[in-house]
Design a protein around this ligand. Structure first.
Ligand SMILES: [Zn+2]
Length: 135
């Protein structure tokens, strides 16, 4: 168990956050990351977005920093997408239904991207001044 604080950069504003992990895992209700352990949920000290630190295993091997609101955009469609992926695998490529399934998967993925763009824009509007402008 590692009790030393970790430095993690915010996926929203890139600010560094010093976080302490006390070895307690949070309840992980995220279906798309169900194989991961949720080690910590915290708010970025600068932009205040909610961030999750996920670990591959309880004793932390690989780690992943996730912007929770972006993850939620994917979560909303997770079951639907998983079912579509399964039907896609079952269907033969020549089948007309196969094309429908592919189209539906693409539509959902576009929706997720759009939802995520909205989340990003909202974070920027709520935090004027902390984002570097890219000319
Ligand atoms: Zn931030």
């Amino acid at each position: 168990m590692n009790l030393l604080p970790k430095i993690k950069s915010c996926p929203c504003c890139n600010s560094f956050n010093l976080i302490k992990i006390n070895g307690v895992s949070y309840e992980n209700n995220f279906l798309s990351l169900k194989d991961w352990v949720l080690k910590k949920i915290f708010n970025c000290r600068k932009c205040r977005v909610k961030i999750g630190l996920f670990a591959e295993h309880a004793n932390i091997k690989g780690e992943m920093i996730v912007w929770i609101d972006l993850l939620k955009c994917e979560e909303a469609y997770y079951k639907n997408l998983t079912n579509l992926q399964k039907s896609k695998e079952k269907l033969k490529k020549q089948n007309k239904k196969y094309e429908d399934v592919i189209k539906e998967i693409n539509d959902i993925q576009n929706k997720i991207r759009l939802d995520q763009v909205k989340v990003k824009i909202k974070a920027k509007i709520q935090n004027p001044g902390i984002f570097v402008r890219h000319a």
